[in-house]
Design a binder for this molecule. Structure first.
Ligand code: ATP
Ligand code: MG
Length: 254
């Protein structure tokens, strides 16, 4: 069984950054295969990880619809999609990456979507860890057949409104047809001690605070230089913070 970590949160709060730092941490632990899933239609996880992306699953689906009746060499649809999914997989040292691309579609996409979902589930179960970078919420996942999320991190900025929004995203996610394990709030680009109104809002919010991640100059620098967050020094403040968050989450889940 895979262990799935999903990162959600309002736009620009740091989901992709935190997902990348989780991947960096899992890579350094060398404890099993990792699948990075970019579930944001506007794929950027690959850039943060310094990986070139050519195809998304959205492209596979489009192509499948186009070639519905003329698949190569009598291949059946299931086999053909499996083959195309393999082709969209980016294989890197220590992890693989798959981007979902656009997942929205009219009703006539249903058949292809279902087929793709089935194949995705089958395929992703081969990995020990799945780290998923999402759009704000995870509504797009609810249309999947089966989906376990063992650890959900809802990222917020260090503001009252931010924390409130994270609480709403959590509520929405809880209402989806997901098999949701532990869920936590993470405040990104946070000061060492949170402003009092933010602390008060956190106490009001249903999703429990796991911890905070500080603003990290190295991340700014790496982004400007187009460098992979996977090569961020191990002792970079945000990198260390994410390592600690993962450790706390694991301790809490026993
Ligand atoms: N802890 C941090 N320290 C410094 N810069 C950060 C930190 N976290 C995120 N950033 C920067 O903030 C910006 C937004 O972060 P990121 O892209 O991870 O957010 P996001 O939630 O994935 O955004 P989107 O909703 O657009 O996908 C990026 O430029 C990123 O480099
Ligand atoms: Mg992002």
């Amino acid at each position: 069984m895979s262990y799935t970590i999903a990162v959600a949160g309002k736009g620009g709060t740091g989901k992709t950054t935190i997902a990348s730092l989780i991947i960096a941490q899992l890579l350094s632990e060398k404890n099993g295969s990792i699948l990075a899933v970019d579930a944001d239609p506007n794929s950027t996880l690959n850039e943060a990880l310094g990986v070139k992306l050519e195809y998304t699953l959205g492209d596979v689906r489009e192509e499948m619809l186009k070639h519905k009746y003329d698949l190569p060499g009598g291949m059946d649809k299931h086999r053909y999609m499996q083959y195309r999914l393999q082709m969209s997989l980016v294989e890197e040292k220590g992890f693989d990456l798959l981007a979902m691309g656009r997942t929205e579609g009219p009703a006539c996409y249903c058949y292809v979507n279902n087929l793709l979902r089935g194949i995705m589930d089958e395929f992703s179960s081969n990995y020990k860890f799945i780290v998923m970078d999402n759009e704000a919420g995870m509504e797009h996942l609810s249309r999947r057949t089966t989906r376990n999320v063992d650890l959900l991190l809802v990222v917020s900025d260090e503001s009252v409104m931010g924390v409130r929004t994270a609480g709403r995203i959590y509520q929405m996610t809880k209402g989806l047809d997901l098999n949701l394990g532990d869920s936590y709030l993470v405040i990104n680009r946070a000061h060492e001690s949170l402003p009092e109104p933010v602390v008060a809002e956190v106490e009001e919010t249903e999703v429990k605070l796991l911890g905070t991640v500080p603003a990290d100059e190295n991340i700014v620098e790496y982004e400007l230089a187009g460098k992979s967050l996977l090569s961020l020094p191990d002792d970079s403040p945000a990198r260390v913070a994410v390592q600690e968050l993962l450790n706390i989450a694991r301790e809490k889940s026993g």
